[in-house]
Ligand binder design. Sequence first.
Ligand SMILES: O=C(O)C1=C[C@@H](OP(=O)(O)O)[C@@H](O)[C@H](O)C1
Ligand SMILES: C=C(OP(=O)(O)O)C(=O)O
Length: 408
Amino acid sequence: MTLELVAKHKNLKGDWQVTGSKSEANRLLILQALFPQIEIENLSNSDDTEVLQKALNSSEEEIDINHAGTAMRFSTAYFSIQEGRKTILTGSKRMQERPIKLLVDALRSLGADIEYQKEEGYPPLLINGKKITRSNVSLAANVSSQYISALMLMAPSLENGLEIKLEGKVTSTPYILMTLSLLKNLGVTASFENNNIKIEPFQLQQPKKIVVESDWSSASYFYSLVALSDSAEITISNYKKESLQGDSSLVELYKSLGVNTTFSENSIQLKKDHSVKLPQVYKADLVSSPDLAQTIAVTCLGLGIGCELTGLHTLKIKETDRLVALHDEMSKFGARVDITNDSLKLYPCVNLMENVSVATYNDHRMAMAFAPLALKTTLKIEDAGVVSKSFPDFWQAMKHFHIQQKEV
Ligand SMILES: O=C(O)C1=C[C@@H](OP(=O)(O)O)[C@@H](O)[C@H](O)C1
Ligand SMILES: C=C(OP(=O)(O)O)C(=O)O
């Protein structure tokens, strides 16, 4: 389905309730499978969370995780310790190109029985669940934090706990800290000091309710709407100041792009700040917030300013090669874009082309990042249904804020 987008008003007002964080939800689902006394509230309604929930409830041998990276990585560790159970974990064509070797090597070194079904280093995986008693592992931490979170999530259910030594420069650190916080919140004794993670064995004695905060990566599209509007005052919920999600860095990152954030009890109010003088070139290191790269790049494109984004080395192995995708799609609007393996440079582009058709490459964030650009030019989004990976009611939200959509 291709959607043609037209912004009917550029003065935005209104409220929206965003679904629960898929990162928090997917961690909690694994923890709940290991400690059934956990009760989860405000679970994400994303495809990635649904697919993991189904996988964990499935009694089938073959489980298809589709495009969901966290579900693939977290359930690889989970099924490795399901004693006596054989599982084939597979996923979409793209999932079969997303590397998992570092995690499989780490699990194998702990005694897990995992074989590759097709290409070495990539799903699908054949897993024969086993009891794991070894408690020391080390792995490179510069490729994906998801491998580390996967090990951390299974760790408290191991009889000897787990010590994980992180090698090299750690990437996407806030996601490791999110996992650590959720474990601690449950009552697990856990620490992360000097690239060393230590998690003690744990048993949950009493029922424990955990409420998932709304998704901050999804909030980024509202920040972009506000930045690109003529004026805006919108409220989104449920958010809190002390977030577990690293993407709450949006509050700071969007200040110089003209968006002010005010926290209320369980929501945030975003206001267009007309007093801000936009930078000619916006600069940010996004090594801690890789999922914001597309939103920020497109906001800068819409504002007619340049940007230099660094710390993007993980983008190449996500739903698509996001650096190439951003380069190709922003160029269609007339912009000059240079990319390297870990950075993106956008040159200021004052006259945006009209009626551009944006390809989305099975990547929800390509569709969602470009949608707010409708406030600046007319455009089409191809395969617009991809948004359901993390934000199924995204298009309703855009409609609520006057971005009209017509199927073409
Ligand atoms: O642990 C998580 O929930 C995630 C970690 C990040 O991945 P990397 O660690 O691979 O950068 C992020 O991009 C992804 O959307 C969610
Ligand atoms: C990278 C993402 O997800 P995953 O790696 O879990 O597929 C994302 O949601 O932007």
